[in-house]
Design a protein around this ligand. Sequence first.
Ligand code: HEC
Length: 137
Amino acid sequence: MQKIDLRSFFILLACVTVVVTTMNLSSCSSDNEEDLFAPDEMAMEEDTLPISYATQIIPILENNNCLNCHNESGANVLGAGNVLEGYDNLRVYVDNGALVGVLDGSNDYTPMPPGGSITSFELELIQQWIEEGAENN
Ligand code: HEC
């Protein structure tokens, strides 16, 4: 009887050890980057990546329906002749200031998209892309 109790005790001990070890391991693996790097450093790290025309700017134009009215085929009717589809076409509106003008609430421009607005984060990405030289990247 006593032998069995001792055996149970060791089995229990083994179980506890396994559980504690697992908890330590999982808490270690959940030490994500935020714990390893200060949040500021992470933000800076992200900031140093150049904004991409192909993977970040075009999706903003698509998600906000800009290209529904400003595509190469329909712009004459819906977009009043302003074509934003394609890098060279968009670049015209980057260089003359109209792209940011319609997005940031400048009085000189008709706000876009009509009846709405893009998010401030999207606007920041566009502004940063332009600051970085508005490259076809
Ligand atoms: C429903 C159709 C429609 C959508 C959607 C739309 N636009 Fe426009 N856009 C127009 C029209 C119409 C004009 C001409 C407005 C005017 O001259 O007052 C225009 C003009 C512009 C101009 C030229 C402004 C100038 O003064 O030179 C830019 C740049 C522009 N839009 C950007 C955008 C962007 C960026 C989006 C998406 C966030 C967008 N548009 C969404 C219809 C649209």
